[in-house]
Design a protein around this ligand. Structure first.
Ligand code: APR
Length: 280
């Protein structure tokens, strides 16, 4: 955009102006969209960061290509690599980040309209975001079932199988289908919740995108579904998607936890945010 493009809604394209919008009560239906980048500070690698991303560190699983670990056809032939990864990623050993806590604070202040997350680590729930305000677009480890007959598999046994790295089979007599967590694999449909919430981004009066490369559709198309005049704030290491192409887009490139803390400072919520995070 030419530098002199006048902002339409924001007084200027800055974190301060976004904070003003919230403090003035002009942002009450905030829609947040997140990816693996908000959990890297919790110790969970993302997928595509050059050195640390999961897809650059799966050589030990000798996969045909990195994404195969989440490919349903590959899983049916060989579930072992996924279960090696599942053991490393399984919820229970990680603590939410300050970014997760910020989203929970938005919800506590009744400003969160919806959180769309691509993450499967359930850290948003752990941080205290009400489940009814979370769309886990790529599913999560919270539940699991047989991929053949869809019979649910018990949580306790699942945790034991994951610990042992031993892919479980269906509990239904006569069915020996493989059991898989309810994570959306490449080649699988996204959950109904995602499509039921399709109209939500257009209702947002502020969109905040955190920690995602916006490379996987249909999730990657969500930020574009905001109305033209709705400010969109990107808190991410790098510019992604079409963020930056609209007059009210604000790009805050760098660690999302740092960007979240700056926003909390501008809002006067910093102490409340830190206390909330410590209390999780
Ligand atoms: N602060 C800000 N940005 C970060 C941080 C951080 N601490 N850590 C990583 N990032 C950024 C990276 O620069 C990258 O732009 O977060 C983004 C992470 O992108 P991906 O690794 O591609 O993760 P994500 O966008 O969630 O992947 C989408 O791909 O394989 C599928 O289903 C999987 O849900 C996943 C989807």
């Amino acid at each position: 955009l030419p530098p002199d493009t006048p902002p339409q809604t924001l007084s200027e394209r800055s974190i301060r102006a976004v904070a003003e919008l919230i403090k003035d009560g002009r942002a009450k239906r905030i829609v947040v969209m997140t990816g693996a980048g908000i959990s890297t500070a919790a110790g969970i690698p993302d997928f595509r960061s050059p050195k640390t991303g999961l897809y650059n560190n799966l050589a030990r699983l000798n996969l045909p290509h990195p994404e195969a670990v989440f490919d349903i056809d590959f899983f049916k032939k060989n579930p072992a690599p996924f279960y090696v990864l599942a053991k490393e990623l399984y919820p229970g050993n990680f603590h939410p980040t300050i970014s997760h806590a910020f989203i929970a604070l938005l919800a506590k202040r009744k400003l969160l309209r919806m959180l769309f997350t691509q993450n499967i680590d359930c850290l948003e729930r752990t941080a205290g975001v009400p489940p009814e305000l979370i769309v886990e677009a790529h599913g999560s480890f919270a539940t699991q079932r047989c991929i053949e007959c869809k019979t649910e598999f018990p949580d306790k046994e699942m945790r034991e199988h994951v610990e042992r790295g031993d892919p479980p089979s269906c509990i239904k007599p006569g069915c020996d289908g493989l059991v898989k967590p309810d994570i959306v694999f490449f080649g699988e449909q996204l959950p109904k919740d995602f499509y039921d919430a399709a109209a939500v981004p257009a209702m947002a009066d502020l969109v905040i995108v955190l920690g995602t490369s916006l490379t996987v559709h249909p999730f990657a198309g969500l930020p574009r579904m905001a109305m033209e005049r709705t400010p969109r704030l990107l808190l991410n290491m790098e510019q992604v998607g079409d963020l930056g192409s609209r007059a009210d887009d604000v790009l805050c490139l760098g660690e999302c936890d740092k960007g979240v803390r700056s926003l909390a400072d501008e809002l006067g919520w910093r102490d409340e945010l830190e206390a909330m995070w410590t209390g999780i």
